[in-house]
Design a protein around this ligand. Structure first.
Ligand SMILES: *[C@@H]1O[C@H](CO)[C@@H](O)[C@H](O)[C@H]1NC(C)=O
Ligand SMILES: *[C@@H]1O[C@H](CO)[C@@H](O)[C@H](O)[C@H]1NC(C)=O
Ligand SMILES: *[C@@H]1O[C@H](CO)[C@@H](O)[C@H](O)[C@H]1NC(C)=O
Ligand SMILES: *[C@@H]1O[C@H](CO)[C@@H](O)[C@H](O)[C@H]1NC(C)=O
Ligand SMILES: *[C@@H]1O[C@H](CO)[C@@H](O)[C@H](O)[C@H]1NC(C)=O
Ligand SMILES: *[C@@H]1O[C@H](CO)[C@@H](O)[C@H](O)[C@H]1NC(C)=O
Ligand SMILES: *[C@@H]1O[C@H](CO)[C@@H](O)[C@H](O)[C@H]1NC(C)=O
Ligand SMILES: CC(=O)N[C@H]1CO[C@H](CO)[C@@H](O)[C@@H]1O
Length: 357
């Protein structure tokens, strides 16, 4: 069972460059906030932007990423684990800049990627305006509750589950696929995003609208997801299974099976030959930040069945969570659905995709 350990699986890696971007001055206790997209958890159909969203082949970096990378430079690579490591590498941590210490490595890093519990840490840091781990420890994190199932100490379990259920139900009612990852991601939202309603209206793509990312004042956060086909969802992923990634701009994979990326802000839009059709709307708000980290940490297949476990545990909570339990049971994985509904024509590299129900 993974639910009782908040950092059940943690993987975090940094890719650094030799020439550090200038380290900006950080204050530990500034108000942390982000612009966001929709006000509720449910994605919405919107008029597509003038430049209709398109899928792209994975043969190059995204144009946005190429231009962003000009804001930070350099060339070495490190693989590290956890908040302790992050803290030690952060020039804002007291004592981290002393002789022989590693403070500043984080500030000179270009990419920071995370999987599973590592993505909770990464999400918490970047969605609180690239707060330092020290600031989060002082001002926000509180992992004293008995388990993540009971909710943070600032709310009752009934309020926690009532709100999560309402949010996920709104998405389902709006006609979108929901799964255990939605519930799981909402749970994490209340622990890791210092925003109202557990950051219900934070989208991963909204990072691109922050001054901190635009100005190159933080590394590019990448969330990695191990894919596995639905019929093997109770097994561990193998080397043959694809690895997907969320960047602030895109979602996709370099894996041969797909080898392409979709614009994250419009995830869920139907694409025909790689473009959102002229006569159709675009889906907006499907890249909820909690859902992104919930997807990365949706690892219940390691010796169990996340939906069944969640269903059982939620049912044991002394609150009216029967609806939450029902929602958790519907464990269609949305990534699965996404790629089940995507067809790549290998001859012309054109895709037809849909994430709509
Ligand atoms: C984000 O952090 C930067 C650096 O500390 C600060 O200048 C900025 O005001 C913060 N933004 C918000 C919205 O708190
Ligand atoms: C985001 O959600 C919070 C809480 O519901 C709300 O106060 C805020 O206005 C929302 N922001 C936008 C832009 O909808
Ligand atoms: C969390 O939000 C509260 C209230 O806005 C603020 O006082 C606190 O500094 C925030 N914590 C962090 C780490 O940003
Ligand atoms: C966490 O919450 C509990 C219960 O409200 C409180 O007693 C404790 O002091 C808090 N811990 C931190 C580190 O804020
Ligand atoms: C839970 O939802 C209720 C109703 O929308 C709201 O009043 C309350 O503030 C929410 N609680 C949290 C902690 O977001
Ligand atoms: C858009 O036009 C295409 C081609 O005419 C058609 O197949 C499709 O059903 C239309 N979609 C909608 C939502 O009307
Ligand atoms: C609990 O949820 C169920 C399912 O929505 C509902 O029918 C029932 O009225 C709720 N019970 C209470 C006490 O709120
Ligand atoms: C403050 C901010 O950047 N809000 C944005 C939220 O997302 C919508 C849709 O992309 C934008 O139009 C807003 O500018």
């Amino acid at each position: 069972m993974k639910v009782t350990s908040l950092f059940g699986s943690t993987a975090l890696s940094l890719v650094s460059y030799t020439t550090a971007a200038p380290t900006p001055e950080y204050h530990h206790r500034v108000s942390r906030a982000l612009p966001n997209t929709s006000s509720a958890y449910a994605p919405v159909h919107v008029t597509c932007p003038e430049n209709r969203p398109t899928l792209r082949s994975a043969s190059t970096l995204s144009p946005e990423e190429i231009s962003w990378s000009d804001t930070r430079r350099g060339s070495f690579r490190a693989m590290l684990n956890g908040a302790g490591a992050l803290k030690a590498y952060d020039s804002r941590t007291q004592g981290a800049n002393a002789k022989g210490r590693l403070g500043g490595l984080l500030q000179s890093t270009t990419y920071i990627s995370a999987l599973g519990g590592g993505s909770w840490l990464l999400g918490s840091v970047v969605f609180n305006n690239f707060s330092s781990v020290s600031a989060l420890q002082e001002d926000f994190w509180n992992f004293t509750s008995e388990s993540i199932i009971m909710g943070p100490p600032t709310m009752t379990s009934a309020e926690y589950w009532g709100n999560i259920t309402t949010q996920v139900k709104a998405k389902k009612t709006a006609g979108f696929i929901t799964s255990d990852a939605d519930i799981w991601g909402r749970m994490e939202g209340y622990y890791f995003f210092n925003a109202s309603h557990g950051g219900v209206n934070l989208t991963w793509s909204s990072l691109t609208k922050t001054q901190t990312l635009q100005g190159g004042d933080m590394p590019l956060p990448l969330v990695v997801v191990n894919g596995i086909s639905f019929d093997k969802s109770n097994d561990l992923p193998t080397q043959a299974d694809p690895i997907y990634e969320f960047t602030p701009w895109e979602f996709g994979t370099y894996d041969d099976s797909t080898y392409g990326f979709a614009p994250l802000e419009y995830l869920g839009t139907r694409f025909v030959n790689g473009v959102g059709p002229e006569n159709e709307t675009c889906v907006h708000g499907n890249d909820n930040a909690g859902l992104v980290i919930g997807t990365s940490s949706d690892i219940w297949n390691e010796g169990g069945d996340i939906a069944a476990d969640l269903h059982r545990i939620i049912a044991e909570i002394p609150t009216n969570s029967s609806e939450g339990a029902l929602l958790a049971k519907e464990y269609t994985t949305y990534l699965q659905e996404f790629f089940k509904r995507c067809q790549l024509n290998k001859l012309n590299s054109q895709w037809t995709c849909s994430l709509r129900p």
